[in-house]
Design a protein around this ligand. Structure first.
Ligand code: UDP
Length: 247
């Protein structure tokens, strides 16, 4: 038995140890950052919303057979998870061109991609989270070729489940970022969070390019109504989860 201690504090979450060394408690904060923390702020109530949305989506994916770190939502802002060592990669899946893809390639925002694009970025703030090529990935030796293949396959499967789910919420899943970790037995688990902080989500019921944004781009681009967009995602996700539970 060990006394719970703060293990790590990130931009949006704090991770605590628990009395069970195989479990961690994550606490979701209201703090928001963008552009590699050059822009900082607070989104009131974000911690509760992101904890609730992430818990619901991770549970949904677990029920579909995806191995995740999720164990339980312990309170409005606290999630109990399996202890994992995070692989320092951001796995991004894109269905529609937006954000850095447009900036770096000139593709027009909103263009539907011919296939879901899976990209690996190095999780390193000092280096600005650079995009990796597959050879760079091999040389960095962060994960084996087999694990990289597994990450890509899992990311594509998760994309399929999440896309279908969000369509049922009248939301388009434009792109999102995933993080994975390894448990004590070396199993690869989906970790971190899935929320409007880590996904681009567009309201299908809204045509206007600014009004349709229901994610952290409202904060990044100073579009206003950030809290109400996050609340809207939570409302639609929970309503749909409840519907699924009743069928
Ligand atoms: N993303 C994230 N954390 C990061 C970088 C990206 O959650 O550190 C998410 C982001 O919210 C978006 C997707 O990954 O849903 C793709 O982001 P992109 O590469 O376009 O970067 P950005 O435009 O956010 O700089």
């Amino acid at each position: 038995m060990s006394t719970p201690a703060k293990l790590y504090e990130g931009k949006a979450k704090i991770v605590y140890s628990t009395q069970n060394e195989q479990e961690y408690l994550t606490y979701f904060k209201d703090d928001a950052t963008a552009f590699n923390a050059l822009k900082k702020g607070t989104i009131q109530g974000k911690g509760e919303i992101n904890c609730t949305i992430s818990s619901a989506l991770l549970k949904l994916l677990s029920d579909k057979g995806i191995e995740t770190h999720f164990l339980a939502q312990k309170s409005e802002r606290e999630m109990l998870v399996k202890a994992v060592k995070i692989i320092p990669l951001e796995v991004v899946v894109r269905n529609i061109a937006a954000g850095s893809l447009c900036k770096q390639t000139g593709l027009k925002e909103g263009l539907e991609l011919p296939f879901p694009l899976v990209e690996f970025y190095l999780k390193n703030d000092d280096l600005g989270d650079p995009l990796l090529t597959s050879d760079r990935l091999s040389i960095l030796n962060i994960a084996s070729d087999e694990q990289i293949e597994q990450l890509k396959n899992n990311a594509l499967k998760i994309n399929q489940y999440l896309q279908d789910f969000f369509v049922s919420c009248d939301i388009t899943l434009v792109d999102f970022k995933l993080e994975f970790g390894l448990d004590a037995h070396g199993n690869l688990l989906l970790a971190d969070e899935i929320s409007p902080d880590t996904c681009r989500l567009w309201d299908c019921l809204e045509q206007d390019a600014e009004k349709r944004v229901l994610d952290k781009d409202r904060f990044r681009r100073d579009l206003g109504k950030v809290e109400s967009a996050y609340e809207q995602v939570q409302k639609r996700v929970l309503t749909q989860i409840e519907k699924l539970g009743n069928t």
